[in-house]
Ligand binder design. Structure first.
Ligand code: UDP
Ligand code: MG
Length: 222
């Protein structure tokens, strides 16, 4: 069955430029997918809350909204045969450290919910999310050639960076999770590693990014 799904490169994938290019390349190079919409969007608080409205009552909701509004995202509508489950399989487990190593989240997710990509989890969700992002953020289906050239430019531009510190970042998170190190102790290291990856971000946003990682680590301890 031909389906459409909403895919977001979340702010961690956007800010970590090389990681974002690698992830986008996986979608572009999959011949079974047709990327129909591609737009850089900075989600408002209200859009993030609506996008994750099913999680409104969850203890991690506020942190999740902070995460999605950390910076811009790349929003895409992708069409293909059974594209909804296919992309969910490509992503892997919700929790980065549990995701299989060949999956996108396994390769690039930092820790817990900081997991690089969102994709709709079913047909009803996909309809809701595609219409939400169209209405609130102008994510429209444009001509295939326009989309393809935007994607090619993005990949070409950022794949040159070649800095992927995922394993180092995750290694530190693991030591914090096992109690071997404290978050406060590691903040400087997180900052340095992210600064290398987030080549065009200012220090304020990188500090916020460190905060988001720390919040996620705390979330898991509860
Ligand atoms: N999330 C989190 N802590 C949790 C569960 C989820 O931070 O205990 C975040 C994570 O970023 C996830 C998002 O909330 O991607 C939405 O959760 P969902 O269960 O829908 O996971 P997904 O569909 O993204 O795999
Ligand atoms: Mg979900």
């Amino acid at each position: 069955m031909i389906q459409n799904t909403l895919v977001l490169l979340k702010p961690d994938a956007y800010l970590r430029r090389y990681v974002g290019a690698c992830v986008l390349k996986e979608f572009r190079d999959n011949k079974a997918f047709k990327i129909k919409a591609f737009k850089e969007v900075t989600p408002s608080q209200s859009l993030a809350e609506k996008h994750y409205s099913v999680h409104r009552e969850k203890p991690f909701f506020k942190k999740l909204v902070d995460y999605l509004t950390l910076g811009p995202v790349i929003a895409m509508v992708i069409e293909g045969e059974n594209v909804i489950p296919s992309i969910r399989v490509m992503l892997g487990n919700t929790f980065s450290e549990k995701a299989e190593p060949h999956t996108i989240r396994g390769k690039y997710g930092i820790w817990n919910g900081i997991n690089v990509v969102h994709a709709s989890d079913g047909e009803e969700t996909a309809k809701y999310e595609i219409s939400l992002w169209r209405k609130e953020a102008g994510v429209e289906e444009t001509g295939g050639d326009t989309v393809n050239s935007l994607i090619d430019d993005y990949i070409k531009r950022w794949s040159k960076i070649r800095i992927d510190n995922t394993l180092k970042l995750r290694g530190i998170c693991r030591l914090i999770a096992t109690g071997e190190r404290s978050i406060e102790d590691c903040e400087e290291e997180f900052f340095k590693l992210l600064k290398e990856e987030c080549v065009d971000s200012d220090e304020t946003i990188i500090k916020k990014f460190v905060r988001i990682i720390a919040d996620n680590l705390q979330e898991r301890k509860k």
